[in-house]
Design a protein around this ligand. Sequence first.
Ligand code: GCU
Length: 618
Amino acid sequence: MKKFLTFLIAAACWGAAGIAASAEDLRPAFLLTASPSRDTQDLSGQWTYSKDLYRTGLNDINGWVAKSRMQRYRDLDVAALEAQGGTDFFEFDLDRGPAMAVPGAWNAARPELRYYDGLVWFQRKFQSKPLNGGRAFLRFEAVNYRAYVYLNGKEIGRHEGGFTPFVLEVTDALREGGNRLSVGVDSSHDAQTIPTVITDWDLYGGITRPVRLVYTPATFIDDATLSLKPDGRIAGELRLQGPQAARQNVNVTIAGLATASAVTDAGGRAVFDIAAPAGLQRWSPDSPRLYDVRYAAAGDAVRDRIGFRTIAVKGRQILLNGKPIFLRGISLHEEEFGPNPARNMTEPAARALLHEIKHGLNANYVRLSHYPHSEVTLRLADEMGLLVWSEIPVYWSVDWDNPAVLRKALAMQAEAIYRDRSRASVVMWSVGNETPVSAPRTRFHSAMADNVRALDPTRLVSAALLVERRKVNGEDVTAIDDPLAGKLDVLAVNTYAGWYGSDTLDALPGLKWQVPPDRPLILSEFGADALAGYRNDGNKKFTEEYQTEYYRKTLAMADAMPTLAGMSPWILKDFQSPRREHPVFQNGWNRKGLLSETGVRKQAFGVLADYYRGKAAK
Ligand code: GCU
C-alpha cells in the first residue's frame, strides 16, 4: 500500500489537479531522515548506462508502448539469451554497456554527453544481505530531473525534482544475492517542470547525489527532529513506521544535556516537549555547538547531531538567539571547484567551498541557490558555523495557474524541509527567485509561504524579489513594490545596478531606495562578471578592476540602506551556464564569481573579505 502511495504521489505531481489539503498530506511515504546513522550500503561507483533519446524504453509517454526489446530495465542476461540464438533479439544490454561514475552528472562524464538533455538508463548490480524479517529501502539523495526506478525488472517508483531526496521500499523486490537496479533518468524540462526550461545554470543531468540501500527493522524510526523554542524549551517529534508503530515508548537523549520520553499515538507519532535544559550552549556561527542526539523506540535507534538556536525578526532586525545579527554572506551554486564540474558534491568538495566562505570571506551566512543543495553541505554548515538560506527552484517563471505545478512546488518544499529541519544552520526558506509580479504568481508564492509555515513554523520565510526603478518627485529611486512582501518575514532583493542597465559605478553610492522601513532587508544578489587575470585594460567590464570597483561602490550603497540586515552577493565561484557564451570572457561560464572555477581569488574577493572583517568587528 505505502509503495503504491509513493507511486501515486509522484503521479499526482505530474497530472492530477488539486492543491494539497495539509502539510501532512505532503509528507512523503518514507523519509529515513536519520539514515546516515543507519545500516546502509552505498551504491556509489561505476554504473553502466544507455542513452535513450527517443524514450523508447518508457511506456505511457504520449501513449507510447515500449518495445520489449528496448526496455532497458528488464531483468535479463542478454548475452546468455543471445548465445542461445533463436528469433528473439534485444537492442540494449546494460551488462555490457559503457559505464560512468555515480554520483555525478553525465554532462561531465562523457564529451559526447556534454549537452545531452534527455533520457539515460543506468544500471547497478549489487549483492544484498538477508533481511531476516527486516525491511529495505533505496534512498536517492537526488536525481535530475525525473527518475523511473526498477529493481530486478519490477517498477518500484518514480520521482520528479532534481534536488531533493526520495525513498522507495524494496523489501519485496529485493532478492538475496544479486540484484539489478535500473534507473531511467530524464533531465529534460518543460513548461510544467520546476524549474522550467531556461535557467542561468547548467544542465547536470543524472544521478547527481548518492544512492544508498538502507536496512531497517520491520518497525522503524522514519523521521525525528528537535528544535529550540523561543521560551528555551526543546520541542520535537518522532515518527515510527511499521506494524508496531502505535502506542510505543520513545526515548530521546541529548548527550550531556537532557533525556525525555513519550508515547506514540495510533499513527506512530510522538511529540517531545523538554524543559529548558540548564547549561545549553546555543548554536551560532561563532560557536557552532552540536549535540549528539539518540532517538530510540520499538527496538530501533537512530542518531543525529543537532545544534539548538532560535531565529526571529523584530522590526528591521534579524535576531539569532535573541540578538541582532547582520548576515555577512555570499551566494553559492552546487558545483565543485574544477574546469569540468559534475555537480558531485563530496564532503571534501563542500568543505573547500564553505572554508573559502567562512575563513576566506569572514562570512557567517551562505545563500544556497537556487535549489536545495546536498545534505553533506548542510551538515557541514552546521559543523563549521554558517547560517543558510535554502530555496526550491521556483525561478524566473513557472506555470503559475496550473494546480499540478503548485502541488509539485509544495511537494518539493516538503521534501526539502523534512530533510533539513533539524539543521541549525538553516534559518530561512525562500519561496522564489526573480519572478515578475502578477496575481497568479503571487497566489502561487503565497500558497508556498503558507506551506512553509505549516511545515516549519520555527524558521523565517523570504523570497528574492525584483526591484523597480521609478521617479518619485522627479528623483530616481529603486523601490520594492511587491504584493508578496506581506507574506514574508525577511524582504530580499536582487539588484544589478552598475552591471546590467546604464547606471555608472559612481552613481551607486547615491542610489535612493524606497523600502518598507520596519522590515529586515537582504541584498540577496548583486554582482559583476570578471575574467580572472583580465586586468589593466582601463576598468572595462569583465576586468577584475571593474568588478572590484563595482563591489566598493555597491557596498557603499549598502551602507546607506538603514533596514539592511544582510547580503549574499552573486556569487562565490564562477559557474557553468549555457546562457554565457562570450568567446573571450565567458565560454559557457557565468564569471560573477569572486573566485575563478578553479578557486583563484579575484581582486574583489579581498574587498568583500575586508568589508566583512569590519562588520564582524562591530
Ligand atoms: C539573476 C539570477 C541568477 C543569475 C544572475 C546573473 O539574478 O537569479 O541565477 O545567475 O542573475 O545574471 O548572473
